[in-house]
Design a protein around this ligand. Structure first.
Ligand code: CA
Length: 415
């Protein structure tokens, strides 16, 4: 893929350690004044793709980019988005002096501080998997038995559930602490009130193109043709509400009040150079879950908590490569029964925890069910998330001197 060439440079300045070199070219939706448009980003420059398209690039009706969501563009499929990414790479290549001198192209550029990033995708359906072995093991140890921490189905099935798509919000959108029923004491009746054990879940999500009709399946081999790209995903969780409500039908109000995403969808094409091998899967998986090649991705992930009146404290350094089940397997499993997918569906990984306790992806694990606390920079301690705390997640892949990142998902928790 020519846009991935590590030697490419752009005539737009790219600061050191930027997540957005010319090898990234993510897609998002930006607002400048009253105008909303499909955008990409190089360095700290936001590029209005509607204006670029109106100049005759991309070989498509420019109205595709005159949109409040990426869905219209995604409906044109993978070959189209790949072509657009390659053309953007050509326009902003440092050797393209003609484009640099073109005043009309210059008019399509904004500083990152001048625009507001909006929710990029109209999410039709949201699925949350549970695909990190260390996370499933940790939760199993805490709530069941360390000797049988993984449930018998876990290494056979990429376990998941259908979540609520309409409460997924973009970075910068504050959320409210949920209220609900809890049962803090085993021997007493339940109580009602604000959640006391509010938690983040460090996850990544992928966004799909339009799939096959109902009744057809997508194989692990075909999966990438149906995946547009990825973003950071904070799957907010109310642990006390969850514990009381989840039997027998699974998560409900503990999960559906909000999930937060980073505003840029980084294409699967841009992440291709960062592929790595996954873990050996034992027992052997069913044939429809078998896959070939390196299907995991090395993406460094970080979570920080910033209390209202002090600097942030990093509480986790994890990696997307710690997943047991990869995206190809998740999508194959999701559709093996004939379930359909649509352009704009979002599928989250499940909390991503590494073996090391510094790599745990939730406060439930970091505080080990509230038995340990983390010291903030102002001396206060956290077992879970408090009112007015801001949770920040970051992620990037890096190889051959090229860093392709996701930016941040930043969310403040209100009372
Ligand atoms: Ca989750």
């Amino acid at each position: 893929m020519k846009a991935n060439n590590p030697r490419l440079t752009s005539w737009i300045p790219v600061p050191e350690n930027s997540d957005f070199p010319i090898q990234n070219i993510p897609f998002g939706v930006a607002k400048f004044g009253k105008k909303t448009f499909v955008a990409t980003r190089i360095g700290n420059t936001i590029i209005d793709l509607h204006k670029i398209a109106k100049l005759g690039y991309f070989d498509v009706d420019a109205e595709v980019f005159n949109s409040q969501k990426l869905n219209k563009m995604m409906l044109l499929g993978k070959l189209f988005t790949r072509q657009v990414r390659n053309e953007i790479s050509d326009i902003f290549n440092s050797e393209n002096k003609e484009a640099q001198a073109n005043a009309k192209i210059q008019e399509a550029l904004y500083s990152v501080d001048e625009v507001v990033m909006l929710m990029p995708v109209r999410v039709g359906d949201y699925t949350d998997f549970y695909s990190s072995e260390q996370h499933a093991y940790n939760v199993g140890c805490m709530f069941r038995d360390p000797n049988n921490a993984l449930l018998p189905n876990w290494k056979y099935i990429p376990v998941g559930y259908h979540g609520r798509s309409s409460s997924i919000v973009v970075s910068g959108t504050p959320i409210h602490r949920p209220k609900g029923q809890q049962k803090p004491n085993d021997n007493e009746p339940p109580v009602f009130g604000p959640c006391k054990l509010l938690d983040f879940e460090l996850e990544m999500a992928f966004v799909t193109y339009k799939g096959k009709p109902l009744g057809k399946s997508i194989s692990t081999k075909e999966a990438e043709d149906y995946i547009f790209g990825m973003c950071l995903f904070n799957d907010w969780s109310a642990r006390d509400i969850q514990k009381w409500e989840y039997v027998p039908l699974g998560p409900f109000l503990a999960k559906n009040f909000a999930s937060s995403i980073s505003p840029w969808i980084v294409t699967l094409d841009a992440l291709e150079p960062f592929r790595v091998a996954g873990p050996v899967q034992d027992p052997k998986v069913f044939e429809y879950l078998e896959y070939e090649g390196n299907k995991h991705i090395d993406i460094k992930l970080q979570v920080a908590i910033q209390p209202e009146k002090t600097t942030e404290k990093v509480v986790s350094n994890s990696n997307y490569k710690y997943m047991y089940w990869n995206m190809n397997q998740q999508l194959a499993h999701h559709t093996i029964n004939g379930c359909n997918i649509n352009a704009g569906d979002m599928m989250a990984s499940g909390t991503i925890s590494g073996n090391d306790e510094n790599a745990y992806g939730s406060m439930l694990e970091i505080s080990w069910k509230g038995t340990k606390s983390v010291k903030m920079n102002d001396g206060t301690e956290r077992k879970f998330i408090q009112d007015n705390d801001t949770v920040i997640m970051r992620g990037y892949a890096e190889k051959d001197g090229v860093r392709v990142g996701f930016g941040e998902v930043v969310t403040k928790v209100l009372a």
